[in-house]
Write a protein that binds this ligand. Structure first.
Ligand SMILES: *Cc1c(COP(=O)(O)O)cnc(C)c1O
Length: 300
């Protein structure tokens, strides 16, 4: 089977004990099962970009990310799979590589480290090109795969989402996945974006700017469960991840999906939903990022 075969994706009902009778049902869309590295939403955001690169004779994929970026790891892996060179422009200087960056390098990605300050130029193609002048035929993909093809690719996730779901919960970084989904789902479906950043509601501006006019409703951002900020966590989050695994046999990632499920669980407790709601939670993958907390988790 191809490593990116959609048939690996399943919808799994979540074990009832943790929400009792608060809603009609809660399921999880297991995009994490696509592949251990190129998993979840990352492959959807990359796939149309990769097709474009192959169809148009590009030889090198250039993209951006921090030391723990799932997008960098996924790009490194996918580029190698399609025999393209890859360059990762990394925010910050690392004396010692993070496990994610090591993985990128093992996949043949060439890493270029820039200061936090310089990284702010990431949206200027001329700046990026000057860093990779010695590579052939480069295609630049923005941080997080946040371009038109990334949004359209994320929209393909909607093919797994039945119209009967009233609420779709999705974790938000750049908002690309939420945009793609919101643009494709039915108007009556509520898209709830859980943001793992402190004061993460700022992403809303970017999201609103990219939604088709008639789809710019029935979505909201929830930024209450950031646990101190992006990439930060507290022992209660780990306890929750272990309990969730114990009950549902589903591993969550420390950066995105654990905070989403923790928040959703709290909202269920406080009767945010009605008893006829049907919720679909999107497992957007990211499990490679758990290597930094692997000693705390009962899985992997
Ligand atoms: C990257 C990532 C996200 C964020 O996706 P965006 O499209 O940037 O909003 C969510 N969940 C996981 C697991 C991710 O790796």
């Amino acid at each position: 089977m191809d490593m990116f075969d959609d048939r690996r994706v399943v919808i799994q009902p979540l074990n009832k004990f943790w929400y009792l009778n608060k809603v009609a049902s809660i399921d999880m869309l297991r995009l994490d099962l696509l592949h251990p590295v190129v998993s979840g939403n990352k492959w959807f955001k990359l796939r149309l970009n990769m097709n474009y690169a192959l169809d148009n004779g590009f030889k090198t994929i250039v993209t951006f990310g921090g030391g723990y970026s799932n997008h960098l790891a996924a790009t490194a892996y996918a580029a190698k799979k399609f025999n393209l060179a890859s360059v990762g422009i990394v925010r910050g200087k690392y004396e010692v590589l993070t496990p994610t960056l090591e993985e990128c390098q093992n996949q043949g990605m060439h890493l270029i480290f820039v200061t936090q300050e310089d990284y702010k130029n990431k949206e200027e193609p001329e700046w990026a090109k000057s860093l990779v002048a010695h590579f052939d035929e480069i295609l630049i993909i923005p941080e997080g795969g946040a371009n038109e093809k990334g949004r359209a690719g994320a929209g393909l996730i909607s093919r797994f989402v039945h119209d009967s779901y009233s609420h779709i919960a999705v974790a938000v970084g750049t908002g690309t996945t939420l945009i793609g989904l919101r643009n494709k789902l039915k108007a009556h479906q509520n898209v709830m974006g859980f943001v793992p950043m402190k004061q993460g509601a700022y992403v809303g501006e970017h999201i609103a700017a990219h939604l088709q006019e008639d789809k710019n409703r029935n979505w909201e951002l929830i930024d209450d469960w950031h646990f101190g900020g992006f990439g930060k966590w507290k022992p209660e989050l780990i306890t929750f991840m272990n309990e969730f695994y114990d009950v549902n046999n589903i591993p969550l990632d420390i950066v995105y999906t654990s905070k989403m499920m923790y928040g959703l669980n709290e909202m269920l407790k406080y009767n945010y939903f009605s008893t006829c709601d049907k919720i679909l939670c999107i497992h957007s993958g990211g499990l490679q990022g758990n290597s930094s907390v692997k000693n705390e988790l009962i899985y992997q």
